[in-house]
Ligand binder design. Sequence first.
Ligand code: COA
Length: 314
Amino acid sequence: MKPIYSRIIATGGYLPERVLSNHDLAQMVETSDAWIFARTGIRTRRIVAADEKTVDLAEAAARQALADAGLGAEDLDLIVVATTTPDQIFPSTACLLQARLGNHGAPAFDIQAVCTGFIYALATADRFIRCGGTRRALVVGAESMSRIIDWTDRGTCILFGDGAGAVILGASDEPGVISTHIHADGAYADQLQVPDGETRMTMQGNAVFRMAVRTLGEMVQETLAANALDSADIDWLVPHQANIRIIQATADKLGLSMERVVTTVQHHGNTSAASVPLALDDAARRGCFQPGQRLLLEAFGGGFTWGSALLRWS
Ligand code: COA
């Protein structure tokens, strides 16, 4: 029997209208545009409106991906949403999204792996498709991070933004998704968390930074080794958009020039599970990727969790 693979057949993205600049933040906490830009590469981020929900962001991104694919909601066999900021404890954001889209009967569930959520969701949907029976999967990363930010903490409130990105994965005779790699180590839970009984995020920024740089360096090497490739075989790095210095460190380890790295962090900030699919959609719409090129997606987040996906663009 011929193996089944998955491949990305369409992307979508959505950013809320309200722009929050570094200058705006300097009116709220003791900071400056110069400090934020030098330490993170961020200039602006988007923030949800008071009545805008995570499912609204997810729906806008999903509708764009469906339109791009020329598919209707009834064509989906699976809906997976990666989010850290669901609107309700239950139903899952995926079920809320399913109702909005008008799909009935496909399995729908959320994945919670914080900033690595989209890579976890992609890895999960890829496995569903490879196993047979699932032909088309909607995979979304959607976040309203502004709802869990402590707006008095200058160490965290400058970093995050809101948004959603989506892809449609379709069954294919050829990869597509070449390999996915996901990991976690809960021993580091307290370094980046919403503490038990609280509603706002806390972070040991410097420790997280060092761990992210080290782990992502190892992650990209693991991905290359698993496929007997070296860094010259990678056409594009599509990294989690947490901090330009973390992105640069990973690109340096790969020996990849920044022209081959998709960066949206300057305008989006860190949108957690939405960051990789938003970056992917942004670059795809700008026509950056050529058919046959190899893309390396990676992310690191609370948990700690980390993961990567190697794709062939088609
Ligand atoms: N504006 C001005 N000064 C600030 C500041 C801000 N927004 N935030 C922190 N500082 C100050 C600190 O208070 C500290 O002052 P001190 O030396 O007087 O104590 C100084 O800047 C250095 O702080 P430090 O935390 O060591 O800075 P840093 O270079 O590590 O940068 C982060 C801080 C948060 C930008 C950086 O640690 C980071 O990006 N961490 C990873 C975050 C991340 O990616 N998280 C999500 C993972 S998915």
